[in-house]
Design a protein around this ligand. Structure first.
Ligand SMILES: Nc1ncnc2c1ncn2[C@@H]1O[C@H](COP(=O)(O)OP(=O)(O)OP(=O)(O)O)[C@@H](O)[C@H]1O
Ligand SMILES: [Mg+2]
Length: 404
């Protein structure tokens, strides 16, 4: 079946150009045109296009207002915003309004065709996810719980955690949830551009009644299908959350999610320790600078003393920066081999943050995306171990054991 496309632009010549560019694409069909926002909303209602190519600046109702209305009324039609250079500030608004992608004019046929196909394919996948009838269902394998950890701040935990979650959802089409356990200053919601209505703070008030169905009402759905459990809205609420809460939350999520990704703060807090103890894999993020290596080495010693070192996988972030420390020297110092190298790519990372769109979807053809995809495959191949039982030490309090 051909992809049904609606073109919205006030300039007739632009519409004609787009039609020419798409003329030879057998799997695409222009089903309508509109010259302003109102007409776009009407046409969408009538024609149910799969993809809408939407200009931003138009007389009357502009592209952003039209995007907002269409996303609410006809969420099945995916919108690609077309803008000219210099309209960057509008792009973010358009993405927030519900656009799936954007293109800067003038674009090539390849760019246009690739973007349409990508958005369409993604929408198809999303629909499959959304049509899952019941939240608790037969999982295809044992759930994998993965904690992204480091004993140094700012090394890229949240960047890696959010992109890994989205990549896992795309690669596996299975159910993925990300928990922000950086309880004071977490920014998973910011990086994923979702607005937390309820967070872990409200969730723990309901913890005694919690079951997989109720849990869903506390999770936010990212456009990729990834679910998000955000951190508290205020740092002082962090101390309301205990290790026992984390244990309960993980236990419930494991009943309905295939992959549970946990972002953490750079501290051995009780909640972090519980997560580290109950997860299957710990991705320990390191970068090639002395303070980080020193802290990570200390952190590893602590993990070792808690018998958690066995599930640590060392991930080197910004591996391409040339800063005079050799990877082999670091590996020797830490006594662990790097299993994943994430290159440094400030442009891709920052522009994805500013667009509120993870780079694994915003920039699919970059090396950094490729490295995250490889990491996702590594997680997917991780042994489907049975769920680790909380060890007696945790019950007694790992925190106490560590610091008494
Ligand atoms: N591979 C990379 N290439 C370029 N920039 C990166 C890369 N990874 C992370 N960054 C940037 O480094 C900064 C820190 O990243 P991030 O917030 O993910 O780290 P963090 O460990 O979660 O930090 P925090 O301690 O604040 O929680 C961000 O500005 C991010 O954009
Ligand atoms: Mg972080």
């Amino acid at each position: 079946m051909a992809i049904k496309i609606l073109i919205v632009d006030d300039v007739t010549e632009t519409r004609e150009n787009i039609k020419r560019l798409l003329y030879f694409e057998k799997d695409m069909m222009i089903i309508g045109e509109a010259a302003d926002g109102e007409a776009a909303v009407r046409q969408t209602d009538k024609l149910s296009p799969d993809v809408i190519l939407m200009d931003i600046n138009m007389p009357g109702m502009d592209g952003i207002a039209a995007t907002e209305q269409i996303s609410l009324k006809c969420p099945k039609s995916a919108i690609i915003i077309m803008s000219v250079q210099g309209e960057q500030e509008y792009l973010k608004k358009a993405m927030v309004a519900g656009a799936r992608e954007y293109m800067v004019k003038p674009f090539s046929t390849d760019e246009l065709v690739d973007t349409i196909r990508k958005v369409y394919d993604f929408e198809q996948k999303r629909r499959v996810q959304l049509s899952e009838p019941s939240i608790v269902r037969e999982l295809q394998r044992d759930p994998q719980v993965v904690a992204i950890f480091s004993t140094k701040g700012g090394v890229g935990r949240t960047t890696i955690a959010t992109n890994l979650a989205v990549s896992l959802a795309e690669e596996t089409r299975q159910r993925v949830v990300i928990i922000d356990l950086d309880l004071q200053f977490g920014d998973v919601a910011v990086l994923l551009n979702v607005v937390p209505k309820r967070t872990i703070t409200e969730l723990i008030q309901d913890i005694n009644q919690m079951d997989p169905e109720l849990m869903e009402s506390y999770l936010i759905t990212h456009p990729t299908g990834v679910k998000v459990l955000p951190c508290p809205t205020r740092p002082e609420y962090a101390e309301l959350i205990t290790g026992a809460h984390v244990e309960k939350i993980l236990g419930i999520l494991k009943q309905s999610y295939d992959y549970i990704i946990i972002d953490t703060p750079p501290l051995f807090h009780e909640t972090t320790l519980t997560a580290l103890d109950l997860c299957h894999q710990i991705l320990l993020i390191v970068s090639l600078d002395l303070p980080t290596i020193k802290n990570v080495k200390l952190g590893l010693e602590v993990l070792d003393s808690l018998h958690l070192k066995g599930k640590v996988k060392l991930v080197l972030n910004r591996s391409s920066s040339d800063i005079g420390i050799k990877v082999e020297d670091m590996e020797e110092s830490l006594g662990l081999k790097v299993v994943s190298h994430i290159p440094s790519d400030g442009r891709t990372v920052i522009s994805s943050v500013n667009k509120g769109n993870p780079f694994v979807t915003a920039s699919p053809n970059t090396r950094i995306t490729e490295s995250i995809r490889e990491l996702a495959h590594m997680i997917m191949q991780g042994e489907a171990k049975s769920q680790p039982e909380p060890r007696a030490e945790v019950k007694k309090g790992l925190f106490g054991k560590l610091f008494k």
